[in-house]
Ligand binder design. Structure first.
Ligand code: MSP
Length: 498
């Protein structure tokens, strides 16, 4: 079986990582964790886009060599993601020699196939976007500069018809549909050839153009090829993985939906499997970014809401594809209402009754709980399982999956309330029901583990297991629980924000 291949964008190490980088990576991480749970062969790629002017500038400003700077930042980014329990399969570094070789090979293939030619460029250039601008911008700043230079072009115009035909046939390859329409809009305006090199004298921090040491490969070509170099390209082993489902922010849609498939067509390679395009986390009405200076400091938030609380809020607090304002009051509300009050609370209530009424030890050989209510609750859990397995094929269904978690937690609470478990006179029936609920809570924890991995692990440890795994899904429940209680989430009410 082929690997299911998921990628995030690779990040510019011109600054420290922030919540925006985390969000895009969490989407891939949740899907990758789901695949691992179901033993689906999968490959999750993330990492750094280390070349280009922005990164070179950052290194110079800080007084480091380019390589020293990216080495340091690579460490910082990895630690940041690890602290949020992100588990990638491959950490890309575009300054690695294997990646550079893949870029040069790819370049030569495009050249051989007649898609690269040498020319001149004169026009406005945006340093922050690492791109030439289509027209003179109204507002200029030191980020916008005039450039005249010899360069290599990619014959994008020659692929316009083919690309359009492709998208007309594959109408659901981009999620959401609004982004698909945006791409059709780009195509309808017409595609121009674009510059794919920079003069080496101006920017040495990049991959050398093969056979022409005066030029380096444009950082976006360098970066996009990472999706192939990570899986061994040009070695044929890449075929075990390719094509890939790319997760990306809306800011880099054109690069992924126009340039990248055109490049793949020019190299006679199959196109990507899907593009899943998310929106932005905003603060003070602007996209969160280091350069804007509106990043959300995370240290305090982690202390208050734990890593799982933040993971949950980032996934639950925005519909995939939309923008959302990062608000601590909303973070505290979802953590308190869903994680503490709905999920943690029912767990502790069930356990409390086992402790009070049975001294913490349920009788053995309790009968199986049957009936319409129990069946309805089991069906709800099955639906949650279905939603989790659905994101393996279609990661864009992640919100449907995440939203099932509070829904199923409410169903457990309702079952507990409606059946007035605490009032049951028949001890055997009461014990059996509590055991049934413990089993449901174990299953729900396994199913929620891609979202809240620390909490799920705590719950599994409580049942005497060392890890979260489907092998415990149908395993028999212990009748006593000598292990330490999961901590769940403290109640913190943040002040209301506007
Ligand atoms: N290096 C390029 C990508 C090359 S991929 C072949 C790049 N890097 S970036 O560091 O500027 O941003 C990468 C991604 O981070 C964005 O596409 C987006 O997915 C994510 N985000 C950065 N800031 C964000 C928010 N404020 N909100 C949500 N995601 C954002 O572009």
């Amino acid at each position: 079986m082929k690997f299911k291949y998921l990628s995030t964008p690779i990040f510019y190490p011109n600054n420290l990582p922030h919540i925006g980088h985390l969000y895009t990576t969490l989407i891939a991480d949740v899907c990758s964790k789901a695949m691992k749970l179901f033993n689906r062969k999968s490959f999750f790629l993330t990492g750094l886009d280390e070349h280009g002017q922005k990164v070179a500038q950052a290194a110079t400003n800080l007084g480091y060599s380019y390589q020293e700077h990216v080495d340091k930042l690579s460490q910082e980014f990895q630690e940041f993601f690890k602290s949020f329990n992100v588990e990638w399969g491959f950490w890309m570094r575009t300054s690695s020699s294997s990646h550079k070789q893949a870029v040069q090979h790819f370049w030569l293939v495009l050249k051989e196939n007649g898609y690269i030619y040498k020319g001149h460029y004169a026009g406005w250039y945006s340093i922050s976007e690492e791109a030439y601008l289509a027209s003179e911008p109204e507002e200029k700043n030191k980020n916008i500069v005039w450039r005249e230079e010899e360069c290599y072009y990619f014959k994008l115009s020659a692929l316009e018809k083919k690309l359009k035909a492709y998208y007309l046939k594959h109408t659901d390859i981009i999620y959401p549909q609004t982004r698909y329409k945006e791409v059709m809009g780009f195509l309808n305006k017409g595609l121009k050839d674009f510059v794919i090199s920079r003069p080496r004298e101006r920017l040495s921090w990049g991959v050398e153009v093969p056979d022409d040491a005066e030029h380096v490969v444009y950082v976006w070509i360098d970066a996009l090829v990472n999706y192939l170099s990570a899986i061994g390209y040009p070695d044929a082993s890449y075929k075990n993985y390719w094509p890939c489902t790319h997760i990306l922010g809306k800011d880099i849609l054109k690069f992924h939906a126009i340039y990248w498939p055109a490049m793949l067509m020019a190299a006679n390679l199959p196109l990507m499997e899907k593009l899943i395009v998310h929106g932005w986390w905003l603060n003070e009405d602007q996209k969160i970014s280091k350069s804007t200076g509106n990043v959300v400091p995370l240290e305090e938030l982690i202390k208050k809401y734990q890593v799982d609380g933040l993971r949950y809020y980032l996934l639950k607090g925005v519909a995939l594809g939309d923008d959302a304002h990062f608000r601590e009051d909303l973070l505290s509300t979802v953590v308190y209402s869903d994680l503490a009050n709905k999920f943690g609370n029912i767990f502790l209530r069930v356990l409390g009754l086992i402790e009070i009424n049975f001294g913490g030890k349920l009788p053995t050989n309790l009968p199986t709980v049957k009936g319409a209510h129990a069946q309805a609750l089991e069906n709800e859990v099955e639906e949650f399982k279905g939603a989790l397995s659905a994101i393996i094929k279609d990661p864009e269904l992640i919100c449907e999956y995440v939203n099932m978690f509070p829904k199923v937690s409410v169903a457990i609470n309702d079952y507990f309330e409606n059946n007035k478990i605490w009032e049951m006179k028949d001890k055997t029936q009461q014990g059996a029901t509590l055991l049934f609920l413990m089993d449901i809570l174990k299953k729900v924890s396994i199913l929620a583990s891609p979202i809240i991995p620390d909490t799920a692990l705590d719950v599994m440890k409580f049942f005497g297991h060392k890890e979260v795994s489907f092998k415990y899904y149908d395993s028999q429940m212990p009748n006593s629980f000598p292990f330490s209680k999961p901590k769940f989430f403290p109640k913190i009410i943040a002040p209301k924000q506007n």
